[in-house]
Design a protein around this ligand. Structure first.
Ligand code: HEM
Length: 405
């Protein structure tokens, strides 16, 4: 009997891109974890699968041959997550193409480069926290987390001057317009205009980096394009991937870290006494608030995961933020606990595509935490204001964290 014939696929009504799921994912966790892998019919009648259990997500992410990252052309639904204008990027490719693209930027993430970035990070954190006085109300996202990510990643890491950064924000601010696209719809004109403007800026910056012999990330990308390792389209897409992969996620996790410090004064006190606890604190923040909620894979052959067969051709929604709260992996998974025996989580993915920026994130955010506990020993949530979340089909993060220093 074929694997397909043995299967008991019960298709449920679930849309991981829906606003219902995005606004209250916790309401779905139990159902998703109890029926994983699960199956649903997505836009365009495409039979699709999700995996939500921690060990099943590991299996999928660890097997790029059976679970490819290459989006099948014209698959309905994908127009909503085609953030890079159909351009080839490392996230959406498999080895050896993936490895060739990733190798170009790898040196920028070496321990030596991260150390260099660490000095600039200390300075930026100091500059951002110094104007905030004890007892003052402030927004942890807008006044600290977001500018920290922008300055560390844009100014220092990518080396994009502040006057050229606006277009990338303009571009990212059009992503929500992709949400309502139907198969075959043209891309929104605002999105296309921002992409075209961004492309021009990228070309100029890369030319300048090439001529100036710059050794930063732009210099690496420019050199690769010159040696023929990267096409023009890949070059532009690479800059956008680094920006969209890094800035929103590091802002989000820095904001979450401030939120959990304010919510857990006893833990903040322990970190004040022992700075090394900033690391497990941040790992727990990554686990519980993973900003990338799901990553997509495409099944290349019938494959058994758990007690179900996922069929060749099915898109597979790998629900990493649900897996990070799997009770078979973590005791009391909704509790914020920095003393967990098992700290392994999937916030950075796993396998071939594991986040290339994880070393930078794991340098920046613990530093913020270590300084914040010292500067703001009475940090608490501002009871007069509500926090808020921003969601996209693949991400969910805090974008307002009202605090009192
Ligand atoms: C806390 C912060 C971050 C989180 C939670 C995060 C999350 C992730 C996740 C889940 C993936 C895997 C995607 C997949 O499997 O398809 C990923 C990949 C990636 N991330 Fe991050 N990321 C973070 C920071 C960064 C930073 C700072 C950068 C760059 C400066 C970055 C650039 C990338 C790139 C380029 C990839 C694609 C890697 C590949 O396909 O080989 N990320 N990230």
């Amino acid at each position: 009997m074929s694997a397909e014939a043995q299967n008991q696929q019960d298709f449920v009504k679930f849309d991981p891109f829906s606003t219902e799921f995005r606004s209250d994912p916790a309401a779905y966790h139990k159902q998703l974890l109890n029926h994983s892998p699960g199956f649903m019919v997505m836009e365009g009648d495409v039979p699709s699968a999700y995996v939500a259990k921690f060990d099943q997500c590991l299996e999928v992410l660890g097997d790029w041959q059976r679970f490819s990252s290459v989006k099948p052309p014209n698959l309905p639904g994908m127009q909503r997550v085609d953030f890079f204008n159909g351009q080839p990027v490392m996230n959406y490719s498999d080895p050896p193409e993936h490895d060739r693209r990733r190798r170009v930027v790898n040196p920028a993430f070496s321990p030596g480069r991260v150390r260099q970035l660490s000095e600039a990070t200390d300075r930026i954190i100091d500059q951002l926290l110094t104007p905030i006085e004890r007892g003052q109300a402030f927004d942890g996202f807008k006044e600290v987390a977001n500018p920290l990510a922008v300055r560390v990643l844009f100014d220092e890491f990518l080396g994009i001057p502040p006057e050229d950064q606006g277009i990338f924000f303009e571009f990212a601010s059009t992503f929500y317009m992709l949400d309502d696209l139907k198969p075959g719809d043209p891309k929104p004109p605002e999105y296309l205009a921002a992409w075209a403007k961004g492309e021009q800026v990228c070309r100029r910056l890369l030319n300048e980096a090439r001529e100036g012999g710059k050794k930063n990330v732009l210099g690496l990308i420019a050199a690769a394009s010159e040696s023929g390792d990267l096409s023009d389209a890949e070059m532009m897409a690479m800059v956008c991937v680094l920006f969209t992969g890094g800035v929103p996620t590091v802002s989000a996790m820095s904001a979450s870290a401030l939120h959990y410090l304010a919510a857990n004064p006893d833990i903040a006190e322990r970190i004040r006494q022992d700075e090394s606890l900033a690391k497990p604190f941040v790992e727990e923040t990554f686990r519980i608030d993973a900003p990338v909620t799901l990553v997509m894979r495409f099944c290349t052959e019938d494959t058994k995961i758990g007690d179900q067969v996922i069929n060749k051709g099915m898109p597979v929604y790998t629900m990493i933020s649900v897996a990070n709260r799997d009770p078979d992996q973590y005791d009391n998974p909704t509790e914020f606990n920095i003393d967990r025996e098992k700290m392994q989580h999937l916030a950075f993915g796993k396998g071939t595509h594991v986040c290339v920026g994880n070393s930078i994130s794991r340098m920046v955010i613990p530093k913020l935490v270590a300084v914040a506990v010292k500067r703001f020993p009475d940090l608490k949530a501002d009871p007069s204001k509500a926090g808020s979340w921003l969601t996209t089909p693949r991400s969910r993060h805090r974008d307002a964290v009202p605090l009192i220093a």
